[in-house]
Design a protein around this ligand. Structure first.
Ligand SMILES: C[S@@+](CC[C@H](N)C(=O)[O-])C[C@H]1O[C@@H](n2cnc3c(N)ncnc32)[C@H](O)[C@@H]1O
Length: 376
């Protein structure tokens, strides 16, 4: 089929992408990346500690740390320390280590001995959502992956972190008339917490993609107050798909990492936003999904599906955050991720709460000498 753009038809990258740097050691990110990603830097002991469950490639974790740029905007580094991250997917952990930190392990959390895990201030985890997703088999709590919130509950019972942030798909609210959600929330509350649900429509916070996520935010019962849900940032309008990826239209090589990587596919068809559809310029992108190539939408002006980099942009990953695997594994990691800018809004609300209600956490701006020290 002749490309509508008039540009020559492209072949997908068959080789594995190769990179000199991940986000954590790219010279371009050095001036602003998080202090814990600076070689040799030490951070103040009073910064709250975080443990990351079901960390995937680290979308939520990058958001929690902050210190990255997306579409020219700096998302400031936040006063938090991620102690360790856990996921059972080897490739996702490789991506995490390449871009964020070595403190990540391949672990099946459903069988792990949680008593041996470190105690921290904040537990976060996007527990797997396939059994709750509107596109999945909707097994709910009967599905093996639907039970994994119990790992977070068990950690909470043993180690009693001050704050808990769980993340899932909005469909969870509607399953079995809300029964699934009530059961999860009551089990999490039974171990000594009170929870609120934050339903975040991601385009309201600058994501160029139609995506809503449900955050379970919990505070230990003996602690005062509650974090404030982040306020909407996009009062003046939303960021569209072409705002986010139009500069990549003529980039066919790896001068922008992962931009030559995409699924070869026949042509776009009409659908219900579930894949095989052509994106529309001037609109939000369809939801970036974690599974097969048929879920990756077509470009709005080119005769091909979106590339790995374009998908990563739509999820708000900075271009320095690289994906080292084959297209399918990379798309899986990207589609599974909490968009970093959304994780950042949530984490900012949590650090503000810590600062105001729990401990005096010095704001990160007063830590610039620390970054400077690392650079020297
Ligand atoms: C929705 S994704 C989380 C993505 C992550 N929060 C991010 O922002 O990149 C769920 C993750 O749970 C992991 N997972 C599924 N079952 C697991 C298990 N039994 N133990 C550990 N990790 C598991 C999957 O590999 C997947 O990366």
């Amino acid at each position: 089929m002749r490309p509508k753009s008039g540009l020559p038809k492209r072949k997908a990258l068959r080789r594995m992408p190769k990179f000199t740097y991940g986000f954590r050691d790219n010279p371009e990110t050095k001036a602003y990346r998080h202090p814990t990603l600076q070689p040799g830097a030490s951070v103040p002991q009073e910064w709250p500690t975080v443990l990351s469950f079901f960390s995937g490639c680290g979308g939520m974790d990058l958001g929690f740390l902050g210190g990255f740029k997306f579409l020219g905007q700096l998302y400031e580094a936040l006063p938090l320390r991620i102690v360790h991250a856990y996921d059972n997917n080897e490739k996702a952990v490789e991506t995490y280590k390449l871009n964020i930190a070595d403190d990540a392990s391949v672990v099946d959390l459903s069988t792990a001995d949680l008593t041996a895990f470190p105690a921290v201030d904040i537990l976060c985890g996007g527990f797997p959502c396939q059994d709750f997703s509107s596109c999945g088999h909707k097994l709910g709590l009967k599905g093996h992956r639907g039970e994994l919130y119990t790992v977070m509950r068990d950690y909470m019972r043993i180690h009693q972190p001050k704050i808990v942030v769980g993340e899932n798909v909005p469909h969870l609210e509607r399953m079995h008339g809300g029964e699934v959600l009530r059961k999860i929330q009551s089990e999490l509350e039974e171990v000594g917490y009170r929870f609120k649900l934050w339903r975040m429509c991601c385009p309201d916070y600058g994501l160029p993609q139609s995506r809503t996520r449900l955050f379970f935010v919990g505070v230990r019962n003996d602690l005062p107050g509650f974090p404030e849900m982040p306020t909407i940032t996009q009062i003046l309008g939303r960021v569209t798909i072409d705002d986010a990826i139009n500069d990549l239209v003529r980039v066919e090589d790896e001068s922008v990492p992962n931009q030559s990587q995409y699924f070869v596919a026949t042509k776009a068809t009409a659908g219900a936003g579930q894949g095989d559809q052509k994106s529309e310029a001037g609109q939000l992108a369809y939801t970036v999904r974690a599974n097969s190539k048929a879920r990756v939408h077509f470009h709005y002006s080119l005769d091909r599906r979106l590339t790995v980099r374009e998908s990563a942009r739509l999820q708000s990953f900075p271009d320095e955050f690289v994906f080292p695997h084959a297209t399918s594994a990379n798309i899986m990691e990207i589609g599974n991720a909490v968009p970093p800018i959304i994780g950042h809004h949530v984490a900012k609300a949590i650090t503000d709460y810590f600062h105001q209600k729990l401990t005096v956490v010095r704001p990160i701006k007063s830590q610039t000498s620390l970054v400077g020290a690392a650079e020297r």
